[in-house]
Design a binder for this molecule. Structure first.
Ligand code: PLP
Length: 381
């Protein structure tokens, strides 16, 4: 048999309105077609230094270490736990969804004693419960929460938690900002967050493949004095010698085209204004949520803790949620998400990065309501 090549790549155009990835900002796509530089080229190192400078502004992290890991959100989570804890350390985790549970799982695998503070899907974990857990475990090395729980659409009151932890300097505050960076106000420096990690494929509006992180001075001290080594690929001490140290020291081959893409979306974010970009996400999400409620559908998250950029819509009784999502994809070219394992039946609609507009919200709502009406679903639209 003659070996034959596959046909040329021709992925379909989709409107990506699930929990992420979102559609890539055209400026990021264009950036990925610029000439490649070598990973030890000083010109690339200048570009990286600019990426780090701009990331500091987006995270509002004037101090400490800021860099984009060559990783996804999950690896950002794991890298933090591996650097900032040692086996046997007590870690308190607030979890009320899939990603909080993932934090628990990864902390356990890192050898930590995990104290779980758990609430039901869509119910945020009250800060009072987290502080009670710290009172019961004053030896706690690190407290971790999910700022924006993408599996439920719930927003954690992180600023208030950060304030409450300021008189507990022995406990580092770690926040999952995978869904919030670039879409919800984050003030790493002001709120006293010791470790924040994110991704590039959601509100930042670039391609998946990088995990921007911010590490406080207190967290840096923690990894500098550790007794046990961090696995090589995750070691902040080695990573910073490439991303921040100059001249740069080789650690791994950097994802050069992803760095270009990140550079461009950060530039766009600062040109738009970080707060203005977050306000755009709030306006789009609020519009979508109002239309969902007007159609007689219910949201999973508590209204006062509703994330803007991710709306978890409960699937009405008698409706096959998966077939509705499949029809949106095949008939309308619109991707929305479903519930993650263990979650109640839901659709997860994301308006992130370039898709955080009221026009996109209307396009998704019109299509969803049209599909539901055609199925005689119990809605009031
Ligand atoms: C809140 C949250 N944390 C962590 C992750 C994991 O990120 P990734 O899929 O990029 O590894 C996700 C992914 O959707 C997420 O939404």
């Amino acid at each position: 048999m003659t070996p034959s090549a596959s046909p040329p790549l021709a992925p379909s155009e989709r409107l990506l309105c699930g929990p992420g990835p979102t559609n890539v900002d055209p400026a990021a796509l264009a950036a990925m077609q610029r000439p490649m530089l070598g990973h030890m080229d000083p010109e690339l190192h200048e570009i990286i230094s600019e990426v780090v400078r701009m990331l500091r502004l987006v995270y509002k992290a004037p101090e400490g270490l800021v860099l984009p890991l060559q990783a996804t959100g999950t690896t950002g989570m794991e890298t933090g736990l591996l650097n900032l804890t040692e086996p046997g350390d007590t870690v308190v985790v607030g979890a009320s969804g899939y990603f909080g549970r993932r934090l628990i799982e990864i902390a356990r695998r890192a050898g930590c004693e995990v104290v779980e503070v758990v609430e039901d899907w869509g119910v945020h974990v009250p800060n009072e419960r987290l502080l009670e857990a710290l009172d019961a475990h004053p030896e706690t090395a690190l407290l971790a929460v999910v700022h924006g729980e993408t599996s439920t659409g719930s927003l954690h009151p992180l600023a208030v938690l950060g304030e409450a932890l300021k008189d507990r300097p022995g406990t580092l505050l770690m926040a999952d900002c995978v869904t919030t960076l670039g879409g919800t106000t984050i003030d790493v420096g002001g709120w006293g967050v010791d470790y924040a990690y994110s991704c590039t494929q959601k509100c930042v509006g670039s391609a998946p493949g990088m995990s921007p992180v911010a590490v406080s001075e207190a967290a840096i001290e923690r990894f500098e004095v550790r007794a046990t080594p961090v696995p090589f690929s995750f070691d902040f001490d080695l990573l910073r010698k490439y991303w921040v140290g100059r001249p740069a020291a080789y650690h791994h081959t950097a994802p050069i085209l992803h760095i270009y893409a990140l550079y461009e979306v950060l530039r766009e974010t600062l040109t738009e204004g970080v707060d203005e970009r977050c306000a755009r996400h709030v306006a789009a999400g609020t519009h979508l949520q109002q239309r969902v409620r007007d159609a007689g559908l219910d949201l999973l998250a508590e209204p006062e803790h509703q994330l803007a950029q991710l709306s978890a819509v409960k699937v009405p009784g008698g409706v096959d949620g998966k077939s509705v999502a499949a029809e949106l994809l095949t008939e309308h070219g619109i991707e929305i998400g479903g519930g993650l394992p263990g979650a109640p039946a839901m659709w997860r609609i994301g308006l992130m990065g370039p898709n955080a507009t009221e026009a996109t919200a209307d396009r998704v709502c019109d299509a969803l309501i049209g599909v539901l009406e055609a199925k005689d679903a119990p809605i009031s639209a």
